[in-house]
Design a binder for this molecule. Structure first.
Ligand code: NAP
Ligand code: MG
Length: 484
């Protein structure tokens, strides 16, 4: 078993030190594949968040703020090197804590974490303003200054990757961070915090305060000395975040949920389309904000799409996440399993037909069989609400206008997919679909160089690329009177 984890107590990481919570409390974190407790983790609350914010403020004013930008970039590159050095330990730890298959973490999450670090390391000394010749009697220009102390609150579905999507750009900009991982998956965030210290990132630049959303998370949101909150999580929480942030007018970025449509036209390459539709909903056990949870199939190919999706579901290998042959792990928790099973029951009661799956798998671990609902109508709850599990709703459409109406007909706008051999139709659909990302003849890839996020219930603002640099900096105008 993992050296970092096995049976240990894990303390908070504040000001470069591992410290117990002020309350002395610890909470359990479990392996979702066995339901067994794997470690005890110090439970931060408002007092610990406050200590972390003080440390982050001191590092912002001191060591980190005064470091040459190129040296900040080098520190991020060193962190990338240490992540690479310890990648097997990180893969194992992430899998143990979250139930994600090691094969997926190794193939997807770890390379994305390293890529994100390298990409933003390159930004650190390239964050510039503009000379804007507004007047003849002054030299006028802008500089971009770091916002200050950032509170980062992240979910459990991609703890390492989503954590790094926030840490790397914030640090590149010269900000310091108080990171709260989800209490279900606190372990890899602590390990990253230790690696950051080893990489020469000074104490206080990255503090890690595991704890619960209602206490530690809310304390971050409410803290008067935090300048920016970057949040990824469920749509149910954004109001509390915005209300807390209003106290001192914190800057806020929100990445929330989705009910994304994957639209398959009759001229599509069905092999590729259904393969991608299957992984679009079953990858990470459906616990993906951009999961293609609504598969819209043209009426003329509807039955065939359902049949082929059933075959894909039957090909999914559920099992021990540590087994490299496993393609799908458990859900994150008993609560999530109950939630997903409850949605399956709702779908049944609404009159949709279960083409495959529809039940818990086994009796140990939070496994739910990959499930495909056919005969789904647009108004049903399983077609409108985010389930966050391996449950596909396959919905027929009549023509292009109908597909657009259905695809855009939820409260979300995160992502969408289109499958067609007709390039004109593909392009037109990219304009007609309301989403932060539209994929054509593929489903699901992301890249840290491209803006990520959505509108309406899917979020506020974007992450990634140069937008993340704007997210963590403020423009300052300098106006120098030159006379006449
Ligand atoms: P969640 O319950 O909203 O939790 C997200 C984080 O917020 C956790 O760290 C949580 O703490 C914390 N939190 C909860 N209540 C809070 C409060 N009042 N104040 C401050 N922080 C609070 O979401 P989740 O169930 O972990 O994650 C699943 C959701 O994330 C899905 O809806 C999914 O669509 C979304 N997601 C979106 C993206 C994207 O990029 N758009 C990516 C991934 C996931 P605790 O859980 O520890 O209590
Ligand atoms: Mg866990």
């Amino acid at each position: 078993m993992n050296q970092f984890t096995a049976g240990k107590h894990h303390d908070l990481l504040i000001d470069g030190q591992r410290v117990p919570a002020a309350s002395g409390r610890y909470f359990e974190t479990r392996d979702p594949s066995t339901e067994e407790v794997i470690a005890l983790v110090a439970e931060a609350d408002a007092a610990d968040v406050d200590a972390a914010v003080r440390s982050a403020r001191a590092a912002f004013e001191g060591t980190w703020g005064q470091m040459r930008p190129a040296d900040r970039g080098l520190a991020l590159l060193r962190l990338a090197e240490f992540v690479r050095r310890d990648q097997e330990e990180l893969v194992e730890l992430e899998s143990l804590d979250s139930g994600k298959p090691v094969s997926a973490v190794r193939r997807q999450d770890l390379p994305a974490v390293i890529d994100t670090l390298i990409y933003y390391a390159g930004w650190a000394d390239k964050i510039s303003g503009q000379v804007i010749p507004a007047r003849t009697d002054a030299l006028t220009y802008t500089v971009r200054e770091p916002m200050g102390v950032v509170g980062a609150i992240i979910p459990w579905n991609f703890p390492l990757m989503i954590g790094m999507w926030k840490i790397a750009p914030a640090l590149a900009c010269g900000c310091t961070v108080v990171l709260k991982p989800a209490e279900l998956t606190p372990l890899t965030a602590l390990k990253i915090g230790e690696l950051a210290l080893e990489a020469g990132i000074p104490a206080g630049v990255l503090n890690v305060v595991p704890g619960f959303g209602k206490t530690a998370g809310q304390a971050i949101v409410d803290h008067p000395d935090i300048d920016k909150v970057t949040f990824t999580g469920s749509p149910g929480v954004w109001r509390q975040i915005l209300q807390g942030a209003a106290g001192n007018l914190k800057r806020v970025t929100l990445e929330l949920g989705g009910k994304s449509a994957n639209v398959i036209f009759p001229d599509a390459d069905l092999d590729s389309a259904v393969k991608a539709a299957g992984s679009g909903i079953f990858f990470n056990t459906g616990q993906v904000c951009s999961a293609g949870s609504r598969i819209l199939a043209h009426r003329s190919i509807y039955d065939e799409v359902v049949e082929r999706l059933v075959a894909r579901a039957q090909g999914v290998r559920l099992g021990d996440p540590r087994d490299s042959g496993t393609s799908m792990g458990p859900l994150i928790s008993g609560t999530q399993m109950e939630r997903v099973l409850n949605y399956i029951e709702i779908g049944r009661n609404e009159g949709a037909r279960i083409a495959v799956g529809g039940a818990r798998h086994g009796d140990r671990g939070y496994y739910v069989a990959p499930t495909v609902f056919a005969g789904v109508e647009h108004e049903m709850r399983i077609s409108q609400e985010e389930i966050f599990g391996p449950v596909a709703a396959v919905i027929p459409f009549e023509d292009e206008d109908d597909a657009v109406r259905l695809a855009n007909g939820t409260s979300y706008s995160l992502a969408a997919g289109v499958w067609s051999a007709d390039i004109t139709l593909g392009h037109r659909m990219t304009r007609r679909l309301k989403a932060g990302t539209v994929w054509v003849n593929t489903y699901g890839p992301t890249d840290v160089r491209l803006p990520w996020g959505g509108m309406r219930d899917s979020g506020y603002g974007r992450e990634h690329g140069d937008i993340a640099i704007e997210n963590f900096t403020e423009p300052k105008v300098v106006w120098i009177n030159t006379g006449r």
